[in-house]
Design a binder for this molecule. Structure first.
Ligand code: PLP
Length: 375
């Protein structure tokens, strides 16, 4: 049985060139980047070249990149320090954020004098920008935290619009760009976002490494205390092979962006056609015409009893998909994202998220549809 991987929003297959690069660093550049001898300096050189390469791609200053162990850590660093050290009194976010943001904000609310407002979501799963504008007109030192691309349904935030609204009211703006980076061009010199977060394993890099972009002149305090690595904002010896692998993965992703995007968009269009013709009573979560080219989330006209089983049943046919974030794949409970804008009746039905990558083929889609027909 052919195994078909259609869960690329959870994680992606690592590029072979990235493995080569990481192996090279692991074998040849074993020094500690903080050591001042030649072997340490060699490691430091790779660290700083990786930082520069990432900074060039998102058009920011290399000093504005802080390496972390993952995007969850980077989100925590920014949100926690914004409240504890920057005097943020209010966070405006949405109920559709990843738990790395939602749970952090919830905890901060219990431990600090913090007001949290959730911006309204429209029936197509997008942010209601007039509600955001209205919320921003209220007083208090505010941080807006909204994700660039939703990981469950693929809706895309209008970053320019949110930046403008934040600038008009002097609010800080943080965006979790984990699902968008490498898939849409980001130019941080021309787009004055204050904080941005990314994770290597979503763009064919290694797991266990990510970065935070922190705009210059904003001084955050570390989450954990220790050495002076990463300008004292993130203590702990840098994971050099992972960082070099992340930089390489982003370089390859950006270099092949247009060709890969065209292929993935063709796959998505084919998938949409197949779903519509085989399951005419289905309902798409988010308008699939406007969602990011690699993500489709569909509620299927199947019996409610199959909701908790669908991922398992597809897996029995060799098809790896999910219902939402990886952490809730096997649950029969509707996802917290769909709950914000889908009617209760539809929520009871099984939904699946199919997320594509450059490695997928039209045959993969055919196999997935055949498996769905057997459920
Ligand atoms: N934010 C979003 C939007 C995600 O999709 C994910 C991963 O699923 C994360 C944050 C967490 O990333 P990491 O695995 O690097 O902690």
């Amino acid at each position: 049985m052919k195994k078909v991987y259609l869960d690329n929003a959870s994680t992606t297959q690592i590029y072979p060139e990235v493995i080569t690069e990481m192996t090279k660093v692991l074998t040849e550049t074993y020094g500690n980047p903080s050591s001042s001898h030649a072997i340490g300096r060699e490691a430091k050189n790779i660290l700083e070249l990786s930082r520069k390469s990432i900074a060039k791609i998102i058009n920011c200053n290399a000093h504005e990149i802080i390496f972390t162990s993952c995007a969850t850590e980077a989100n925590n660093l920014i949100l926690q320090s914004a409240v504890k050290n920057l005097g943020i009194q209010r966070i405006i976010t949405s109920k559709m954020e990843h738990h790395a943001v939602l749970h952090t904000v919830e905890i901060l609310q219990t431990t600090h004098d913090l007001k949290v407002d959730y911006v309204a979501i429209k029936p197509d799963g997008t942010i209601d920008y007039s509600d955001l504008e209205e919320l921003l007109s209220q007083n208090g030192k505010t941080l807006v935290s909204l994700m660039q691309v939703n990981n469950e349904i693929g809706t895309v935030l209008n970053l320019e619009k949110v930046v403008q609204l934040c600038k008009n009211t002097n609010a800080l703006f943080h965006t979790d760009a984990v699902q968008g980076i490498g898939k849409t061009k980001i130019d941080l010199t021309h787009l004055p976002i204050d904080f941005l977060v990314a994770s290597a394993h979503k763009f064919h890099g290694p797991k266990g490494v990510g970065f935070a972009f922190i705009r210059k002149n904003i001084i955050l305090q570390p989450l954990i205390f220790g050495g002076e690595q990463e300008k004292g904002v993130r203590a702990g010896t840098e994971s050099l092979h992972n960082i070099a692998g992340m930089a390489k993965a982003l370089e390859i992703t950006v270099a092949n962006h247009e060709i890969d995007k065209t292929h993935i968009r063709d796959l998505k269009n084919y998938l949409l056609e197949k779903i519509k013709s085989n399951f005419p009573d289905c309902h798409f979560a988010g308008n699939p015409e406007n969602t990011q080219h690699n993500i489709v989330n569909v509620i299927l006209p199947f019996d409610e009893s199959k909701a908790g089983m669908i991922v398992f049943l597809m897996d029995m046919h060799g098809i790896a998909i999910s219902r939402g974030s990886a952490c809730q794949s096997g649950s029969s409970k509707p996802s917290h994202v769909l709950e914000t804008f889908i009617a209760n009746e539809l929520l009871k039905r099984p939904n699946i998220r199919i997320s594509l990558s450059k490695y997928n083929t039209f045959e993969d889609i055919d196999l997935a549809i055949e498996a769905l027909k057997k459920i």
